[in-house]
Unconditional design. Sequence first.
Length: 262
Amino acid sequence: MTEVKAPVDKRVPVIDAQNIVKTYKMGDIEVNALRGVSVRIFAGELASIMGPSGSGKTTLMNILGCLDQSTTGSYKLDGVDVDKLSDDQLASIRNRKIGFVFQSFNLLRRTPAIENVEQPLIYGGIGMRERRERSRAALESVGLGDRLKHHANELSGGQQQRVAIARAIVTRPSLILADEPTGNLDSKSGAEIMCLFQRLNEESGITVIFVTHDQRIASHTRRVISIADGQITGDVAVEDQILACPDPAVVRAMPVLEKAKR
């Protein structure tokens, strides 16, 4: 019998984490939050990292998001070896390549929506005119073109999360990390936010990763990476993905975003 070799995947992964270990020292005690985690995620994927409280999923998200660094192991983000970067370089790569969306929105509550969205562009040194145009376009793309000057504390929870998503995409990142993005929303607003994420992934090619404990949220993605006790316990394709945008006409009526820049 002739042996047939599997084809070599020559794609460069957006996330390439190998043998990640994260150890915290608490006095004389060492706590192993991650124990040899390896994961690859490619451009355009819609995936979730799912696990219960204390599983290590938030620690993994912080490392993948360049908010923290591993104790041992290697991590490349979009082909860049982030283990060797300084704090300033990590801040720069976060600003250019990663958009964050959190459960608690993390908005400046007494600041207009458009100025909230502008924040990462200010840190990135983008001029006033360009950042205002890009922030307006980002808000329009999430359905808030008529709420540009509304302060965050004047918006509903669903609208605040849309502002947070606009802020995440305004830098045209390669990757969005969303930590329990519907956790503070009612079911209707949550479904609208999931529709928005699916649309961003499908139409704009942005790689989206949810970090969640919720099986239903994970079922909106196409791949579920399970974690428990600091180790990957499963990595499976979702056979019956929940589509949060049931009416294609609604999706077609929304503005189309620019493709993510690699």
